[in-house]
Design a protein around this ligand. Structure first.
Ligand SMILES: Nc1ncnc2c1ncn2[C@@H]1O[C@H](COP(=O)(O)OP(=O)(O)OP(=O)(O)O)[C@@H](O)[C@H]1O
Ligand SMILES: O=P(O)(O)OC[C@H]1O[C@H](OP(=O)(O)OP(=O)(O)O)[C@H](O)[C@@H]1O
Ligand SMILES: [Mg+2]
Length: 281
């Protein structure tokens, strides 16, 4: 039985539950359900706070989990990333009053508020900066106005939260984060983990790619294949029309309209794009 940790709240919860559902695992019926048994997939899902997930997985009580890369590094738990999941993207950055700071070195002797003390202390130590790290649970952006800190270090996605309180980021990003699948460091994959990885990869492929079909004159096929090389090479079949072929290839969803334009320009017609419902490459 694969024992898996899933965020029960916060920015990653909904998308983590959605990707597992798309991968064929059972979902919980309501947000009060903390454990779901999924006998068809030999799996047990434990709904936990995102911050605690690396701790459970690092201790070996759970075989795998979904959390943020920043939270994994912050925890210092002996767990490792095995698959980035392509959602929940953010950067982890220092911020302060506009114009006051330009690099991490300006923090020397000052106070930095954060909920990610492990991550920030490590970063400051690596930069050789001696600053005091103040641990807060959340809403850290307010700490400057209330005089608890001189700067903050927090998750930045759109930057709206910072702008709303008149702060701006400074220095290099401390980390680029996204949702990741983790397991305990240095142990072999538990039973069922390989299958989970393959299924999640399949969901990401189905999300990132579309299927493109079109007809084109056989003499143009080399140009067409250069535009739509597919994953392992496109399928080219004869068309019931002298001198024409039908082509089928997977194409990245992003930019597929430009690909259609290029195909049209070299004479492709009947260009059709369809969603991929599920995939296993
Ligand atoms: N606005 C956001 N956009 C994208 N990812 C985010 C955002 N806020 C947080 N995250 C990511 O989500 C993960 C969990 O953070 P989250 O804020 O959900 O947890 P939390 O602060 O412990 O919970 P809560 O905010 O519910 O108290 C982290 O990896 C973080 O990088
Ligand atoms: O750049 P933005 O798009 O504004 O997103 C970043 C904000 O989102 C998260 O807050 P959350 O809602 O998790 O509250 P918290 O600070 O209390 O954890 C994070 O801590 C930032 O405050
Ligand atoms: Mg938060």
């Amino acid at each position: 039985m694969l024992r898996l940790a899933v965020p029960n709240k916060g920015a990653l919860a909904e998308a983590a539950q959605a990707i597992l559902k798309e991968a064929g695992y059972r979902n919980r019926k309501d947000s009060k359900e903390l454990v779901v048994v999924d006998p068809e997939n030999s799996c047990e899902l434990f709904f936990l706070r995102p911050r605690d997930i690396a701790v459970y997985v690092g201790e070996g009580t759970l075989d795998g989990g979904i959390t943020g890369r920043d939270m994994l590094h912050d925890s210092g738990a002996p767990a490792e990333e095995i698959l980035p999941l392509g959602f929940g993207g953010s950067t982890f950055r220092f911020a302060g009053k506009a114009g006051q700071f330009s690099s991490v070195h300006d923090l020397s002797g000052l106070r930095v508020a954060t909920s990610y003390t492990g991550l920030v202390e490590k970063h400051l130590a690596e930069a050789g900066v001696d600053a005091r790290v103040i641990k807060l649970d959340g809403a850290v952006e307010t700490a400057i106005r209330l005089g608890v800190a001189d700067a903050v270090a927090d998750v930045v996605e759109t930057g709206t939260t910072l702008r709303n309180v008149g702060l701006e980021v400074f220095g290099e990003p401390i980390m680029r984060s996204e949702a990741i699948l983790i397991k305990r460091a240095g142990v072999p994959h538990a039973n069922g983990l390989e299958q989970l990885i393959r299924r999640l990869q399949g969901v990401m492929v189905a999300r990132d790619f579309v299927m493109m079909d079109y007809d084109i004159k056989a003499e143009q096929i080399d140009k067409a294949i250069a535009i739509t090389p597919g994953v392992e090479g496109p399928t080219v079949s004869p068309l019931h029309r002298e001198g024409w072929v039908a082509v089928r290839a997977m194409v990245r969803r992003k930019g597929h309209q430009q690909v259609m334009d290029q195909l049209w320009d070299i004479g492709a017609r009947a260009i059709l794009v369809t969603d991929i419902y599920a995939a296993r490459l």
